[in-house]
Write a protein that binds this ligand. Structure first.
Ligand code: SF4
Length: 326
C-alpha cells in the first residue's frame, strides 16, 4: 500500500454505493462527468438514477449506454433512412456514433440496392428515469478542498433533482453553514454501512434554465446560462452513462492477498481493508505477493442486486429477406 488518503475516499465511495444498491432502487454509477459546457469539467462522485415507469422498456434494449447523439438524431423507428442522408442531416450524428448505436442494438441497418439504410429498433423510452441524485463524497470535512464551490455549482446548474454531501466526519453547524442550503447531508460509516441523514436535501428544479460556472479566475468568474433543452440532453447523457457504466469499474490486482467482498469490492487480506487497486496495488506495495487476480463477475453482482438487466435479448427486428436486395 503506498497512498494513505486516497484509499479512504475510494473505500468510502464503494461502501456507499454498496449501501445504496441494497437500500434503494437506483441505478448507481461513480465518477461521471456532470457539466454541460464540458462534461469532464465536473466529475460527480456518485450518481443515482431513479427509475421511471418506462424502465423495463429501456432495460430490454441493451445493458450498455445508448449514445445520446443517436437518440437525438433524425433516424426514427418508422421508415429507414439512408445512412448517407442521416449523417448529412443530423449534425450530431457521426460514423462512430452510428456504429455504436448498431452495436448496442438501438439502430439496425438494412441494405437495399447496394445502399445502407438505418432505422431505430425501437422508440427511446424517455420516461425510463424520473430523477437524478448527485452525491459528493467528502469523508473528511477537515479537508474540504473545493467542496463548497462544487456544491454551489451543482445547485445553480440544477442537473440533479437532489444534491447530497456524504461524509464520515462529525458534521458541525459551521460545516452546514458553508454548504448551500439545498444540499442534503448524510453521515455514513463505511465500516458498518450505517447512514444518518443530518439534513434533507431540497428538491431542485431541473426543468428551468440553470447557471453553470465555466471558469473562475482572480477577480472574475465566467458563467454560462444553460437552457432547458441543453439540460435535458445533459441529464439523459448522465443517465445513459450511469446505466452502462455502473460502479464496479475497477480491475482486481494479481496479488495473492486480494479477494472480493460479497458485494464485489476489492479487499486486501494483508492490510485488512478495501483497497483501490490502481493506486494501492502492484510490485511497489510492501505486502505484494504475486498471484492470480480473484475472479469477480461484476455484471452478475449488478444483475442480481439491481433492476439493471445483463445481456437482455434486445429489440432488433429480424428483417429477414431485406439483404436479398443488396
Ligand atoms: S492486495 Fe496485495 S498489492 Fe494490493 S494492497 Fe494488498 S498486499 Fe498490496
Amino acid at each position: 500500500m503506498n497512498d494513505a488518503d486516497a484509499p479512504r475516499e475510494f473505500a468510502f465511495e464503494l461502501a456507499l454505493c454498496a449501501h445504496l444498491e441494497e437500500t434503494t432502487e437506483w441505478v448507481l454509477s461513480r465518477q461521471l462527468g456532470a457539466a454541460v459546457d464540458r462534461s469532464g469539467r465536473r466529475i460527480v462522485d456518485v450518481v443515482g438514477v431513479v427509475p421511471g415507469p418506462d424502465f423495463e422498456e429501456r432495460a430490454r434494449i441493451t445493458d450498455r449506454s445508448i449514445p445520446v447523439r443517436a437518440i437525438e438524431s433524425g433516424v426514427g423507428a418508422g421508415e429507414a433512412v439512408s445512412r448517407y442522408r442521416a449523417l448529412r442531416e443530423s449534425w450530431r450524428l457521426r460514423e462512430e456514433v452510428v456504429e455504436r448505436a448498431i452495436d448496442v442494438g438501438f439502430f439496425e441497418r438494412e441494405r437495399r440496392k447496394g445502399r445502407e439504410y438505418l432505422r431505430r429498433t425501437t422508440r427511446y423510452p424517455d420516461g425510463w428515469f424520473e430523477g437524478l441524485v448527485g452525491i459528493e463524497n467528502k469523508p473528511d470535512l477537515g479537508d474540504p478542498g473545493a467542496l463548497s464551490r462544487q456544491l454551489r455549482t451543482d445547485v445553480s446548474l440544477g442537473l440533479f433533482e437532489e444534491v447530497v454531501l456524504a461524509t464520515e466526519s462529525h458534521v458541525t453547524r459551521a460545516h452546514l453553514n458553508r454548504i448551500p442550503r439545498a444540499v442534503g447531508v448524510w453521515r455514513f460509516d463505511p465500516e458498518t454501512g450505517r447512514k444518518e441523514v443530518i439534513r434533507e436535501s431540497t428538491s431542485l428544479s431541473t426543468e428551468s434554465a440553470g447557471v453553470e460556472l465555466v471558469e473562475e479566475r482572480p477577480l472574475r468568474t465566467d458563467v454560462a446560462i444553460v437552457g432547458t433543452d441543453e439540460k435535458a440532453r445533459a441529464r439523459r447523457r448522465i443517465a445513459e452513462r450511469a446505466y452502462g457504466k455502473g460502479w464496479r469499474t475497477y480491475d482486481f490486482p494479481a496479488c495473492a492477498h486480494a479477494s472480493a467482498t460479497a458485494d464485489g469490492r476489492p479487499y486486501c487480506a494483508q492490510f485488512e481493508c478495501v483497497v483501490e487497486p490502481s493506486r494501492a496495488c502492484g510490485s511497489e506495495c510492501t505486502g505484494y505477493a504475486p498471484g492470480s487476480p480473484p475472479e469477480v463477475a461484476a455484471d452478475e453482482h449488478r444483475d442480481s442486486r439491481t433492476s439493471w438487466r445483463r445481456d437482455p435479448p434486445g429489440v432488433v427486428r429480424r428483417q429477414t429477406g431485406l439483404d436479398r436486395f443488396g
